[in-house]
Design a protein. Structure first.
Length: 147
């Protein structure tokens, strides 16, 4: 009975977080193409919102990364906890993506998370939106699950 309840709880957690990945993959945060640069900012705001939901203090800084054409991309800086007696862990990742079109060889829409034979496909699912979201999910799980 307890095992089934835990499996049900795990299934709901996976479903919820799969929807988050689906939402993140759908954002065309292509920093190379000027037409999608506002989507990069939107993607950074989505990441910042998830971090705020954990209780982190968050800043979006626009002056740290400038592209050759002069466009500045935001950087999310977040801090969760300030106990000097606990170890510090730093996570780094990016949530912008390279251009993607079906003509480039995608079998599905690159901005729609698609499951094929147990594998998930979508622009940013593994580089690097998925890993960034996984770090956030891991911290959230660690903070909310009893020891």
């Amino acid at each position: 009975m307890v095992i089934q309840a835990n499996l049900d709880r795990l299934g709901k957690w996976v479903d919820k977080n799969m929807m988050n990945l689906k939402d993140w993959v759908a954002v065309k945060s292509d920093s190379i193409q000027p037409a999608f640069r506002k989507e990069v900012t939107r993607m950074m705001e989505l990441a910042a919102d998830r971090l705020r939901a954990l209780g982190a203090s968050v800043m979006l800084v626009n002056q740290l990364h400038q592209l050759p054409d002069g466009w500045t991309l935001p950087v999310v800086l977040a801090e969760l906890g300030k106990d000097p007696h606990k170890p510090t862990v730093c996570f780094y990742g990016h949530v912008d993506v390279q251009p993607a079109k079906k003509e480039d060889g995608w079998k599905t829409d690159p901005y729609t998370l698609t499951e094929i034979d147990g594998n998930l496909y979508g622009r940013g699912a593994t580089d690097n939106k998925g890993p960034v979201l996984a770090w956030i999910n891991a911290v959230e799980t660690f903070r909310t699950c009893p020891p």
